[in-house]
Design a protein around this ligand. Structure first.
Ligand SMILES: Nc1ncnc2c1ncn2[C@@H]1O[C@H](COP(=O)(O)OP(=O)(O)O)[C@@H](O)[C@H]1O
Ligand SMILES: [Mg+2]
Length: 322
């Protein structure tokens, strides 16, 4: 695939390529960016450029400035723990950027699909995310560096929570209450897309990618988002609940900026809302095709929105089709 002239020029200016045309090899990725692998003088790198219009069925647009907040998140995470994010090698015109490519680090989703539930790795994910939340908790500098509420609203609160509320009169009040609390709560630096497809399984532990939705907000969101993915995969594949339990327990054990129970109590309803969003929302989980799987998620999520549970309780009670 050919990149535009701005990207090629940016790569040259950064000294990553010479006069030759770069051979950009597309990486299997998401819906919101162009992502390529490129061999350079510095070794293999990843070139990423945000798209103005996401590749999803619904018309869903988002400002490309999110590329800049992703870079800020990656750099800030590396200050806290250099093992938790890839190094940013250069920024490119159009809010694109270049990362060091990590070889021999499969995406966690592929490992889960291959049947490696790996509660130990899930616990490491919880610990690293909580360490970043702890390091940034109530930090005025971090709050000022991530004035991205509008982006978070457009990419997370609206499509995942309010979209469902618009179509469901019964649950709308509780979903609005969850959305309002999420929007108002300013506690720590949130990644915003802690999904197994955005986590590399590296020898040094979990590496987090794809921080386009980063915001200074409620840390319970990251925990809820990742737990949601694991619970959906439990319904799809079976055998993943122990990983979800390990994630939640490790995270809660590392919370030191507020009472751990308070985070779990917010994360429970948030998880229920996100679970429902992945069967009813604008961005349905692509692997939940079987109607029995969708009904299983929908029924439990709706019950949990009517009768909220703390996240540890929610995970312990979560059922697949077993
Ligand atoms: N630094 C990296 N090292 C190795 N693989 C990477 C790296 N960055 C991205 N990838 C691969 O590219 C995929 C897409 O990258 P990601 O940042 O998640 O973009 P998208 O927004 O398109 O999902 C990832 O799932 C991963 O497989
Ligand atoms: Mg991704």
């Amino acid at each position: 695939m050919l990149a535009d002239a701005g990207i090629v020029e940016g790569l040259r200016r950064a000294g990553l390529i010479g006069a030759e045309e770069p051979r950009l090899v597309p990486l299997a990725g998401g819906v919101s960016c162009d992502v390529w692998k490129l061999e350079t003088a510095e070794g293999p790198v990843v070139v990423k450029r945000p798209l103005a219009k996401l590749r999803v069925a619904a018309d869903w647009r988002a400002p490309v400035e999110r590329g800049a907040s992703e870079v800020r998140w990656l750099r800030r995470a590396r200050e806290v723990d250099p093992r938790m994010a890839p190094e940013v090698l250069a920024e490119l015109p159009g809010h694109g950027f270049v990362l060091r490519f990590l070889p021999d680090a499969p995406v966690w989703k592929d490992e889960l699909v291959a049947g490696h539930g790996a509660p130990g790795f899930a616990a490491a994910v919880g610990l690293r995310i909580a360490a970043l939340h702890s390091a940034t908790a109530f930090s005025d500098a971090d709050r000022a560096a991530f004035p991205t509420d509008e982006m978070f609203r457009a990419l997370r609160v609206d499509p995942f929570i309010l979209h469902v509320a618009r179509a469901d009169a019964e649950l709308a009040p509780v979903l609005h209450a969850i959305a309002d609390d999420l929007t108002a709560r300013k506690v720590a630096l949130v990644h915003g897309d802690v999904s197994p497809k955005n986590i590399l399984v590296h020898a040094d532990g979990p590496v987090f990618l794809d921080a386009e939705c980063a915001v200074f907000g409620d840390p319970a969101f990251d925990l809820a988002f990742c737990t949601t993915h694991l619970l959906l995969k439990h319904v799809w594949l079976g055998g993943v609940r122990p990983a979800a339990e390990a994630l939640v327990a490790a995270y809660a054990g590392r919370v030191d900026w507020e009472a751990p129970d308070a985070v779990l109590e917010r994360a429970g309803p948030l998880t229920a809302a996100l679970l429902l969003a992945r069967v009813e929302g604008k961005s349905p989980a692509p692997y939940l095709i079987d109607p029995a799987h969708r009904d299983c998620v929908r029924g439990q999520a709706r019950a949990l929105l009517r009768r909220p549970a703390s996240l540890d309780r929610l995970v312990a009670d979560w059922k697949g089709l077993e």
